[in-house]
Ligand binder design. Sequence first.
Ligand SMILES: [Zn+2]
Length: 71
Amino acid sequence: MSPAEHDAPDTSHCPLCGQANQCAIVAGLPPESCWCMNEPVSREALARVPEEQRGKACICPACARPAPASD
Ligand SMILES: [Zn+2]
């Protein structure tokens, strides 16, 4: 049990699927080096992020990808 688990929201994982979001900021790298600066991020995916995580935790590249038109 780590004490940080309760306080700080987990910003290193995708709020949608729980995978590592590979966010450069979380890794201590410049924001402009983040994948999200080079890849389109689906607005639908962002809209699915829970209110309390919005603007805090990034989603992962897989979830950011616009959903394919198939079922
Ligand atoms: Zn994800």
